[in-house]
Design a protein around this ligand. Structure first.
Ligand code: ATP
Ligand code: MG
Length: 603
């Protein structure tokens, strides 16, 4: 796996490739895709039979489990699925894969809907609200399980969990058939009913597909498809005490929703044979020993699973479980801590939907795993923000500058463009006075080589203001500089004819102490000190960066008074900042640094 930014997809902004498009293009040529019935609601073959042709060219889905907040990896899956649906005039379903009752909740489900909407996507298309829940399909899933039993393709196994594990075999050794494998259909139906009716405790039995215990693909060695779990479900309550396994439920969900392409991450590649086995059998008639026919409950064309590489982002963990651990152990302030790679965290940090979409387009979609350098994400964000963000001045490490040759009440009006490339956006007004704030790093009593900013005897321009000449500084008893003194040349104002007569190398930003807005500003660093925080079985908590958050009191120009939570600025020289979504108040502003102006991370 590559982590060198110059070899990372997206680093060079080259047009990204997406092999999924080739697959879609080829499929759309096939006759079976030309007329796919769609009953405008999910269902089996009976529901869609005779329905009008699907107005959507392709039907995709984004299927999260509502067991946590979405992260930047999910953003890739969202952009892939909703993005391709948009591009091909198709539909993309928002589906909650809520088949695992214990870890799921409405809170998570709602946060997921918010995240997808915020990213700029919509599950409504062609007049349908394509918001679905796998738990609505539990009846059909049970019917599918009974169908497989009748077809002689599933059986209730009552081996101990231990025996089941041992009898599964290994990569090099074939498995051993369960003693329950050849039960009669009637016996299987009765035992499955007992499972379903709550007559058996958790773990006492599982329903397994009957495929091949000697298959080289372990996933085909009679995989479990239904298990007993006496658990309350956040939507179906206590109606069920059996729940389908993910690998059984997911293909059925796709088929009921008439999904054309089921895009998922590479770890599901080995599941594809089972996906196809299952749907193929449910879409087929099965002659019965008594001469009758078990009629197919699904119709062709069946959804097609295609795997793509998941997003791995350097300096970031993208596992819901690990992110939850950061929250539960108070390593961060919550799911929406601006250091979190969750969508709510990125949003609070000041990331925009457009910036995240640009990132996803740049990294493309491929079939091989790689690490994407965090700088690619930041680069996309800068490119999105630069043309949009209003400019303002902020002094983050303030040092007083006193202009000695003007009276205490001296004051003059200055202007600066709201944006250097958008003259039509107008000017920002602010004032200059005798007492100003400058950055502490802009003064050196004894200048180092090539230091062109303030030092005794040197002239610099106060940006959008006047040229000044430094005359000295005040120090405290420890020798620390506590104020800088200068004289101002009153005929040097920016924008006046006199300005050109002064040639200076330094151009400093500043704010007028009399009118400055005092704000809390949060500066962020990487959350982890290692590029691959959870690599090689390392405990990712051991490589948390203790300095990932610094809070400073800063002075800002008065134009920022109009900001509301979510307003984004470029603070000249310092980067992009957003008024915090939670803590920002007009009378006590709080800004988060979204990203610096330049990449300070690439080596
Ligand atoms: P986690 O492993 O963090 O718990 P998950 O894969 O279990 O995440 P789901 O809710 O099942 O989370 O994911 C919904 C969709 O998002 C799936 O289709 C999954 O493949 C995709 N997805 C999850 N993580 C990534 C990632 N890092 N890159 C691309 N797609 C991802
Ligand atoms: Mg997962």
């Amino acid at each position: 796996m590559s982590s060198n930014p110059s070899h990372t997809p997206g680093a060079d902004h080259a047009p990204a490739s997406n092999f999924l498009k080739n697959i879609i293009d080829q499929d759309l040529q096939k006759p079976e895709y030309q007329h796919r019935p769609w009953a405008r609601k999910p269902g089996g073959a009976a529901v869609h039979a005779g329905a009008p042709a699907d107005p959507a060219n392709i039907r995709l889905r984004f299927p999260p489990e509502p067991n946590g907040y979405l992260h930047v990896g999910h953003a890739k899956a969202i952009c892939v699925n909703f993005g391709l649906a948009k591009e091909y005039a198709g539909a993309c379903h928002m589906r909650f894969d809520d088949t695992n009752p214990e870890k799921e909740s409405e809170e998570f489900a709602n946060s997921i809907l918010d995240a997808v909407s915020w990213l700029g996507f919509d599950w409504n298309s062609f007049g349908d609200t394509n918001l679905y829940h796998a738990s609505d399909y539990f009846d059909f899933m049970v019917e599918s399980a009974e169908f497989l039993i009748r077809a002689g393709l599933a059986y209730v196994d009552e081996q101990s969990a231990e025996d089941m594990r041992t009898n599964r075999g290994t990569l090099t050794q074939a498995g051993v058939n369960s003693p329950f494998r050849d039960r009669s259909v009637a016996d299987n139906l009765a035992r499955f009913a007992a499972m379903k009716n709550g007559e058996l405790p958790d773990g006492a039995a599982v329903l397994r597909a009957k495929i091949d215990m000697a298959s080289p693909n372990i996933n085909l060695r009679d995989p479990a498809i239904y298990r007993i779990k006496h658990a309350h479900h956040h939507r179906t309550g206590d109606r069920w005490c059996i729940y389908p396994m993910y690998t059984f439920a997911h293909p059925i969900e796709d088929a009921l929703e008439r999904i054309t392409h089921s895009f998922c991450t590479l770890e599901f590649e080995d599941q594809r044979p089972f996906y196809d086995w299952l749907l193929g059998n449910l879409a087929k008639d099965h002659p019965q020993p008594d001469g009758s026919v078990l009629k197919a409950i699904l119709a062709h064309p069946l959804p097609k699973q295609v795997e793509f590489a998941r997003l791995n982002l350097s300096y970031v963990v993208t596992s819901k479980r690990k992110l939850q651990q950061l929250v539960l152990e108070n390593r961060v302030s919550g799911w929406d801590d601006p250091r979190m790679p969750t969508i709510v965290g990125l949003r609070r940090r000041g990331f925009t939907p457009e910036g995240i979409q640009l990132f996803c387009n740049r990294i493309g979609v491929s079939k091989s795993d790689s690490w994407i350098d965090y700088s690619v994400l930041e680069g996309a964000l800068r490119d999105d923000l630069d043309p949009k963000a209003h400019r303002a001045v902020a002094v983050l490490d303030p040092l007083p500058l006193i202009l000695d040759n003007v009276p205490e009440d001296w004051r003059d009006d200055c202007v600066a463009p709201v944006h250097p490339h958008h003259a039509e956006w107008g000017q920002r007004d602010f004032s200059i006075g005798k007492r100003l704030w400058i950055e502490a790093e802009d003064f050196q009593e004894v200048p180092e080589k090539k230091f062109f900013r303030l030092f005794p005897g040197n002239k610099v321009r106060l940006r959008y203001g006047y040229v000044i000449e430094c005359t000295g500084c005040d120090k405290d008893e420890n020798g620390k500089v506590i104020a800088v003194h200068a004289n101002v040349f009153l005929d040097s104002k920016s924008g006046t004819p006199g300005a050109d007569t002064y040639k200076v190398k330094g151009n400093l930003h500043w704010v007028n102490a009399a009118t400055a807005v005092t704000a809390k500003v949060r500066l962020y660093d990487r959350l982890f000190t290692e590029e691959h925080p959870d690599a090689g079985g390392r405990n990712f908590l051991d490589v948390l960066n203790p300095n990932s958050l610094t809070e400073v009191t800063a002075y800002l120009e008065p134009s920022v008074k109009t900001s509301t939570p979510g307003t984004i600025y470029q603070f000249e020289r310092h980067g992009y900042f957003v008024a915090d979504l939670k803590d920002h108040r007009p009378d006590s502003p709080v800004f988060n640094r979204t990203v610096t102006l330049k990449d300070s991370w690439s080596k």
